[in-house]
Design a protein around this ligand. Structure first.
Ligand code: TYM
Length: 338
């Protein structure tokens, strides 16, 4: 069986350290052992939370360039925009017709995003997890590397695959596996260690953008919330200290050390010492990414080449799945032109 990765990022804002450490870094390392890898810029999902669509074009370019800058090889993997493959929305419709509302009512992300104003939330936001299941199953992905916040959605995709197979009484879909990294699955806000780092947080100081320059990076780490206690001698001492745990976790990720090793080095010191070292490590780690990202954003023809190559392969795979799906649903085949 061909192993295949499918994952994506919503182009709803500036790509941040959480997207990189929680997802894209894992895509890069997994790509070496999996046959085929497709990375989507899920632009149609972005419309579910957009106040208007004015930034979508630029954000789509930014995410595509960021995939490459973070280490995805665009000639070994396929990078494409969701809206370039109409099969996503077609498959989502078939799934809409077999997904019980009760399953969608359990989705925590809808509850978080719709908030108290559920009556005014749009239908797209509610149906979002069904479109996400279509993104994954259209390519018969075997592995779906995501941060922890997306686990429930990938599990729903498995349930939908199962329900569809039952409906058509045929194993059209294999069940995809969510792959959540052991470390960094949830990078938290720099302003509140109990909230995840997110593109939608109103405070820019809550997150590190991959395009932040070195001065901005330094200010954001300096202003990051911490507590008054000294650094403990092991990771057990970080329990119930969300901001401290988050900063040490980020430092561990970008310096390739364990949390315990960092605690041993900084034991008894205050966070200002760690913040200075973390700033240097972050700057070093993110510099090549930012430089490559900036170069690519200026190279429209290269980005277009990458996206066209990705869309060609994605449409090829989508056509195979959709033929199988339509036939399993007994939809009347389109007659050949006479
Ligand atoms: P999105 O755009 O919110 O995030 C993209 C990826 O980044 C991960 N992530 C994080 N990981 C760790 N810490 C954080 N603070 C953090 N913030 C974000 C997310 O878990 C995700 O892996 N619904 C998806 C996009 C999507 C998708 C798909 C993903 C649509 N279709 C199909 C996989 C497969 C989303 O909103 O991701």
């Amino acid at each position: 069986m061909t192993t295949r990765i499918l994952s994506g990022v919503r182009p709803t804002g500036n790509i941040h350290l959480g997207n990189y450490l929680g997802a894209i870094q894992n895509w890069v390392s997994m790509s070496h052992n999996i046959d085929e890898h497709l990375f989507c810029i899920v632009d149609q999902h972005a419309l579910t939370t957009a106040e208007d669509a004015s930034d979508l074009y630029n954000h789509t370019r930014l995410i595509a360039a960021a995939y490459v800058a973070c280490g995805i090889d665009p000639d070994k993997s396929y990078i494409f925009a969701q809206s370039h493959v109409p099969g996503h929305t077609e498959l989502a419709w078939y799934f809409n017709c077999i997904t019980p509302l009760g399953w969608l009512n359990r989705m925590t992300q809808f509850k978080d995003k719709a908030g108290k104003n559920k009556e005014h939330a749009n239908l797209g936001l509610y149906a979002y997890p069904v479109l996400m299941a279509a993104d994954i199953l259209l390519y018969k992905a075997t592995h779906v590397p995501v941060g922890e916040d997306q686990k429930q959605h990938v599990e729903l995709a498995r349930d939908i695959a199962h329900a569809f197979n039952n409906f058509v009484k045929c194993d059209v879909f294999t069940l995809p596996e969510p792959v959540i990294p052991e470390q960094n699955a949830r990078i938290m806000s720099l302003r509140d260690g109990t909230k995840k780092m997110s593109k939608s947080d109103i405070s820019d100081y809550s997150r590190i953008h991959l395009l932040d320059d070195e001065d901005t990076l330094a200010i954001k780490i300096r202003k990051a919330k911490t507590d008054m206690d000294p650094i403990p001698d092991s990771k057990e001492g970080l329990v119930d200290r969300p901001e401290a745990k988050n900063l040490i976790g980020i430092y561990a990720a970008v310096s390739n050390q364990t949390v315990d090793a960092i605690c041993t080095t900084f034991e008894g010191q205050t966070f200002s010492a760690l913040k200075a070292t973390l700033t240097d490590a972050l700057i070093e780690h993110l510099r090549p990414i930012r430089e490559k990202l900036t170069l690519l954003l200026d190279d429209k023809s290269e980005l277009d080449r990458i996206l066209a190559r990705g869309a060609d392969r994605a449409n090829e795979l989508a056509a195979i799945s959709l033929n199988e799906v339509r036939s399993s649903l007994n939809l009347y085949p389109r007659p050949k032109g006479q």
